[in-house]
Design a binder for this molecule. Structure first.
Ligand code: SAM
Length: 248
């Protein structure tokens, strides 16, 4: 493996995302000499100085998002991204406009599926835009364009297949966004509170949208050990997703 390449070290009970560098990596099961990865390839194994073995695998986008990128604002988590992909049926060649980049988590996740398409993402905050740009670079994806702009001032793109909105008071954006969407294209608004859901729905219902629905995706992880039951601790509320499909 080459210097600075990323590797996921996997054991039955631990996993780490590391860079190939000449330095030691301290973990609870010992020290891994990361320089030793230069003589390895994905699929090989490496041991800590205490003899614990780790498989070396190529990280995927979820590993990079979970373990490598810097988070600024609250991100849209994989369980909610999954619904956006499934309920809008976006295709590999789709054009997505993402309003409110934040850390770029959603933009990066979606771009990973758009092998022939692209994501344009708008962020008004200078510092967040800078960090998101670094995160996009880390992701290695080339099909994301970040615009450091207030999206309320207008969306330049036309014929958008999917418009995602994750900012406070999204009504202003939805108003502009309508004309930018393709007929049959989707608007998806992520709202953390019921009050925001009500406001968004009120606004959407005034426009020529079909298939309007608001959902909450609750994922409950189970413990399967000596006894089997739902885990007592876990992620509770994230946000609501409102979907709407432009008619004409
Ligand atoms: C909750 S975060 C978005 C998180 C993002 N969906 C993710 O998964 O990483 C909201 C972001 O929207 C940005 N924002 C708020 N109003 C905006 C506007 N009018 N134009 C562009 N960005 C805006 C904020 O600065 C913030 O970074």
């Amino acid at each position: 493996m080459k210097e600075k390449m990323l590797a996921l070290l996997l054991s039955k009970d631990e996993s780490y995302l590391v860079e190939v560098l000449n330095k030691n990596f301290n973990i609870k099961s010992g020290i891994v000499k990361l320089g030793g990865l230069k003589k390895k390839k994905y699929g090989d194994k490496i041991k800590t100085h205490l003899g614990k073995e780790f498989a070396i695998v190529k990280p995927n986008i979820k590993d990079i998002l979970e373990k490598k990128i810097k988070r600024t604002a609250q991100v849209i988590l994989p369980k909610d991204v999954a619904l956006i992909l499934a309920y809008t049926g976006i295709r590999p060649d789709s054009l997505v406009v993402d309003c409110g980049t934040g850390s770029g988590y959603l933009a990066i996740f979606l771009a990973n599926y758009l092998t022939k398409g692209k994501v344009i993402t708008y962020e008004s905050d200078r510092n967040f835009a800078r960090i998101a740009k670094e995160n996009i670079k880390i992701s290695g994806l080339k099909n994301i364009k970040l615009k450091h702009m207030d999206v309320a001032k207008g969306i330049a793109e036309k014929n958008i297949d999917l418009l995602t909105v994750d900012i406070q008071n999204p009504a202003k954006i939805i108003k502009n966004a309508y004309s930018s969407l393709k007929a049959g294209g989707y608007l998806v608004v992520y709202s953390p509170t019921v009050e925001e859901v009500i406001a968004v729905n009120k606004f959407i219902k005034r426009k020529s949208f079909s298939e309007i629905k608001t959902v909450e995706n609750i994922v409950r992880e189970w413990q399967v050990e000596r006894t089997t039951r739902p885990k007592t601790m876990g992620l509770m509320h994230t946000g609501f997703l409102t979907f709407a499909r432009k008619m004409e």
